[in-house]
Design a protein around this ligand. Structure first.
Ligand code: C2E
Ligand code: CA
Ligand code: CA
Ligand code: CA
Length: 277
């Protein structure tokens, strides 16, 4: 029995222990990050491929950690979801985004739309969507000013509650986008079950876009299918002129990526729309 015990604990190597401690520290830091003013919402332009103009942007969260510098959302969003801190953080992101889009619609671009990412954890919380709609009304914004980005996985457990929740948004004019489209389980039946406005083609398809490639075939097929269902398509991660031109050729509606702009602080995004880009 003594040996067994030792074997059991031998899994816990110093390297693993280090990892676990780093995680715990990061979670602790995350708890104070909002109140500590370490969070920032950045905005990335989404371009209309028919004329190259910006009419939309995606809100993307940034965490400037006092010691570690910029921590990637890919690292801290999962921790925020596990600890449910994402609910408070998501509320804050929505509120910030609504305040900025209010300012920009008033002064620079009456039809600007901002997309906000909604974690499934947040979505699952009762009344979370009511809360977001309340923020919208507090800002005096119409629903059309906001697009909610959700992932395919949310629609797979297609219960009545998810449907009702989405309808509540759409009833107020808020639009819905499926994020990272094509990377999930690709059960397409949900596209007709729910009212969706946009598909965002994941950047993993865009990265290797080339004439005759399988990614090109998939991208074209997604665009044709989406249009037949009355949805618009946004391509993510567009980095080159070649990719942009292939997407225009395939009839894609919108594009987002470093070719047009990286996610930038709101003051910088404001300069972009002021310049009428
Ligand atoms: P996402 O929603 O798929 O966001 C797109 C990601 O692609 C962003 O990464 C963006 O910076 C990056 N990106 C945009 N254009 C390009 C490009 O041309 N090339 C490349 N290589 N990357 C590009 P980011 O900002 O690091 O965010 C990562 C993920 O974290 C997001 O993926 C989203 O799932 C999550 N996230 C970010 N902000 C929030 C938030 O406020 N709430 C929630 N729930 N999740 C968020
Ligand atoms: Ca997104
Ligand atoms: Ca995405
Ligand atoms: Ca993604």
């Amino acid at each position: 029995a003594k040996n067994e015990g030792r074997n059991r604990f031998s899994y816990f190597t110093p390297a693993l222990q280090e990892q676990v401690q780093k995680r715990i520290r990061l979670i602790n830091d995350l708890r104070g990050a909002l109140a500590g003013g370490q969070m920032r919402v950045y905005f990335q332009a989404i371009v209309d491929l028919s004329n190259g103009q910006i009419y939309k942007a995606e809100a993307l969260l940034r965490w400037l950690h006092p010691l570690r510098g910029m921590v990637s959302p890919a690292e801290f969003i999962p921790l925020a979801e596990e600890t449910r801190l994402i609910i408070e953080i998501g509320d804050w992101v929505f509120n910030e985004s609504a305040a900025w889009v209010k300012r920009w619609r008033t002064h620079f671009m009456a039809h600007l739309q901002v997309s906000v990412n909604q974690s499934p954890v947040q979505f699952a919380k009762n009344n979370s969507n009511d809360q977001w709609l309340a923020y919208l009304h507090d800002q005096g914004l119409p629903g059309e000013a906001i697009v909610i980005e959700i992932t395919e996985s949310l629609l797979l457990d297609s219960d009545a509650e998810v449907k009702a929740s989405l309808l509540k948004f759409r009833g107020q004019g808020v639009q819905i986008a499926i994020d990272d489209f094509g990377t999930g389980y690709s059960s397409l039946s949900y596209l007709k079950k729910f009212s969706i406005d946009y598909l965002k083609i994941d950047q993993s398809f865009i990265r290797n876009l080339a004439p005759g490639s399988s990614d090109m075939a998939l991208t074209e097929a997604i665009i044709v299918m989406a249009h037949k269902l009355g949805l618009k398509v946004i391509a993510e991660g567009v980095e080159t002129i070649e990719q942009r031109d292939l997407l225009i050729g395939a009839g894609c509606d919108f594009a987002q990526g470093y070719l047009f702009s990286k996610p930038v602080p709101p003051e910088e995004f404001e300069l972009l729309i002021q310049a009428g880009l």
